[in-house]
Design a protein around this ligand. Structure first.
Ligand code: C2O
Ligand code: CU
Ligand code: CU
Length: 516
């Protein structure tokens, strides 16, 4: 990252356009796209793509941006069970949503590179911090150890100018699915994600392959840029509610175009990295079949009209392309009581442009082994976790409560986060039932590291089927019950609200799983 190509001074990086479908039918898109090629395409990309796009005029900046084809960040694959990556965190000039921006980046791009792993792989990441603040790395949703130099968000803090070597071993039976990585530095998490620090992780299927024409990663994020292209600082009131950005992007692009032929089946791994925004997605005129929520691969795909993706959540969906061009629509998904709150409809997130002759239907999707249904297991413990707000935050100076939220402290069981305190101790080899009870006027998406959660009841109503998520909605004034298999990994880690502003304001607690 030095010399004339240094991201601070070098050319603005434009994501490479994805070639049209005829080029790529039947194989994976990403492996052939080298970094060099991406940069070459980047130089010519905008013009090359815009020519021939409907409605393009040389002076129409917005039309130009809207005509971009969906690109994907660089994809890094494991080889022989190992993926070794160096991730350099730095402030970089990039193109975001079609305009120049100054973002925090992993290896110079927003999103950072996509990491593709297989069950049983080892992931080694050297995290290099070129920021003026500390940062660290969390592999969100992976069922891996929280100790030592693995997914250790409590003890590892990488100071400016320093680096850290992570070493993360996936178990052989790690469930497949879309995951992601992001910083987890308390009080800075919301600001760092808002500024561009996120990237996708895919754990490939272990079983028979799902026949698809294309396999794509769609990283959705939001931010608001000021006139100079810097992510804006948000007010304390916005932190209270959970900030939402005016730009809602897919792979760093504003309403990119995805080209496909009628009858093709694409697999989209949609990752909601927004700091607060809940998504509800629709794709009229095309068939959507849900393969997985978070780590929760379904035994059979399930036909859906709409799909909700809480912030930090993911879905793995099959899109069977219809006859007509359509739009991936973001609908309103309110997360506060009353309707004065945020989460208005972001509108079109991407265009699915249909052209060419129809292709023959692909073979059916093979069944996948069902994840264990914990509803028949007697929990070793039943716990209640109360989500609250403490407006008298001024009395909590010694633990930096109310940081950035005007003295407002957000709590679990009446206490704001304290990294030194262990709030819950569990035994490995047991299943626990936790009920999150929400005493506030806002919904909170609650997330647990390391161990997945089976959602069993929402506001007293039982959930049908086997639904695993690692982030669950706890509605304003409502409650959500989950069952958690504490398996495989001992150690201390956290559960928290994934509205990152609430997490930074204290709505986080320490969980320790012990052996024996
Ligand atoms: Cu996305 Cu504590 O994590
Ligand atoms: Cu996480
Ligand atoms: Cu919250």
């Amino acid at each position: 990252m030095t010399g004339p190509d240094s991201p601070r001074t070098g050319p603005v990086r434009t994501p490479a356009p994805v070639p049209p479908p005829d080029d790529v039918a039947g194989r994976r898109l990403v492996p052939g796209l080298s970094r060099r090629r991406a940069l070459q395409l980047g130089g010519l990309g905008l013009l090359g793509v815009a020519i021939g796009a409907p409605g393009w005029r040389p002076s129409a900046g917005l039309a130009l941006a809207a005509a971009e084809f969906l690109s994907e960040p660089e994809t890094l694959h494991s080889e022989n069970g190992l993926l070794r990556v160096r991730l350099e965190v730095a402030e970089t000039s990039v193109t975001l949503g079609g305009r120049p921006a100054h973002m925090l980046t992993y290896n110079g791009t927003v999103p950072g590179p996509t990491l593709r792993l297989r069950p049983g792989d080892r992931l080694q990441v050297e995290l290099v911090n070129r920021l003026s603040d500390p940062t660290n790395l969390h592999t969100h949703g992976l069922h891996v150890s929280p100790k030592g130099n693995a997914d250790n968000t409590l003890d590892v803090h990488v100071q400016p100018g320093e680096s850290f070597q992570y070493d993360i071993q996936l178990p052989d039976d790690h469930p497949p699915g879309p995951f992601w990585y992001h910083p987890h530095e308390h009080h800075l998490t919301a600001d760092q994600i808002w500024s561009g620090l996120y990237g996708g992780i895919v754990v490939e299927d272990a079983g028979p392959e799902v026949p698809v024409t294309r396999d794509r990663v769609l990283v959705v994020s939001d931010t608001t840029l000021d006139d100079a292209g810097h992510p804006v600082h948000v007010s304390e009131r916005e932190r209270m509610k959970g900030r939402e950005g005016r730009l809602v992007l897919v792979n760093g692009q504003l309403t990119p175009t995805i080209e496909a032929r009628p009858g093709e089946r694409e697999r989209w791994r949609i990752i909601n990295t927004c700091t607060s925004r809940f998504l509800k997605l629709r794709l009229d005129g095309h068939q959507l079949d849900l393969l997985a929520t978070d780590i929760g691969r379904l035994a059979e795909p399930r036909r859906v009209e709409e799909v909700e993706v809480l912030n930090s959540g993911r879905v793995d969906v099959l899109v069977t392309v219809g006859e007509q061009t359509g739009e991936l629509q973001g609908l309103a998904n309110p997360r506060t009581r009353g309707d004065d709150g945020p989460s208005g409809a972001p509108g079109a997130l991407a265009t699915l442009q249909v052209s060419g002759s129809p292709v023959p239907a692909l073979p059916p999707v093979p069944a996948y082994p069902q994840l264990p249904d914990l509803r028949g297991v007697e929990p070793a413990a039943r716990r209640t976790m109360v989500l609250g707000l403490d407006r008298s935050g001024g009395g909590h100076e010694d633990h930096a409560g109310g940081h950035g939220t005007g003295g407002m402290v957000m709590t679990i069981d009446g206490r704001p986060f304290d990294h030194a305190r262990t709030d819950v101790v569990t035994r490995l080899g047991t299943v626990e039932e936790w009920t999150y009870v929400n005493h506030t006027g806002m919904d909170h998406p609650m997330h647990l590291h390391v161990w997945p959660m089976q959602v069993v009841a929402v506001d007293g109503r039982p959930v049908e089927g086997v639904v695993y998520q690692d982030v669950v909605r706890v509605s304003a004034g409502g409650e959500t019950t989950v069952r958690i298999p504490f398996e495989d990994f001992d150690g201390r880690t956290v559960h928290h609200c994934h509205i990152n502003d609430h997490e930074d304001a204290g709505m986080m607690a320490v969980v320790e799983a012990r052996t024996g």
